[in-house]
Design a protein. Structure first.
Length: 178
């Protein structure tokens, strides 16, 4: 088991360095910062307020599902971040420099990936195939976090799974509340 974990960590380091080496194009760098911002803690309350005041009644279920899933995801994410204390690649690997704002010191799991997959799963549950298009955005957010040097690929993969699972749990809870 220890060998497997060491191998996974080595693979994660190599992938993060290789991916980060794609940076340096001013247009791509700005785009990756922008897409990362669309899943920041500042953007979600704005989205929620717009939906709450402008959307039909079924959007209330959307918001309850998303918010419940988000609370579950953030709680688990914070527990994992501060118990594993995995340093971000821009702090642990000399080859990587952060291209974006670093929200805190630890990287595992990615909150941006968790939050964006929360939205994509919620949209798919309520909008079907049209909502599933948001998986493209959620994947872009996750990729941007590795590109920007603030997460390892494993961080965003686990964050995506965590956000999706927490949202499905939120959907069940919302069904009990509505």
């Amino acid at each position: 088991m220890k060998y497997l974990l060491t191998s996974l960590k080595h693979l994660d380091n190599r992938a993060a360095v290789a991916f980060h080496q794609l940076s340096g194009n001013p247009i791509a760098d700005r785009f990756m910062k922008l897409i990362s911002f669309t899943a920041s803690e500042y953007a979600y309350p704005i989205y929620a307020l717009i939906l709450y005041f402008s959307a039909p009644i079924w959007w209330k279920g959307f918001l309850i599902t998303s918010c419940t899933g988000f609370l579950i995801e953030v709680t688990i994410q914070k527990i994992l971040k501060y118990s594993t204390k995995r340093l971000r690649p821009c702090e642990a690997l000399v080859e990587i420099e952060a291209l974006d704002y670093i929200p805190d010191r630890y990287s595992f799991p990615s909150g941006h990936a968790g939050g964006s997959f929360n939205v994509a799963v919620t949209a798919t549950l309520f909008l079907g195939p049209m909502g599933a298009l948001l998986f493209i955005w959620a994947t872009g957010v996750s990729v941007s976090r590795v590109y920007n040097g603030v997460h390892y690929p494993g961080d965003v993969l686990f964050g995506a799974v965590l956000g999706s699972g927490a949202t499905l749990t939120g959907y069940v809870i919302a069904g009990l509340l509505i």
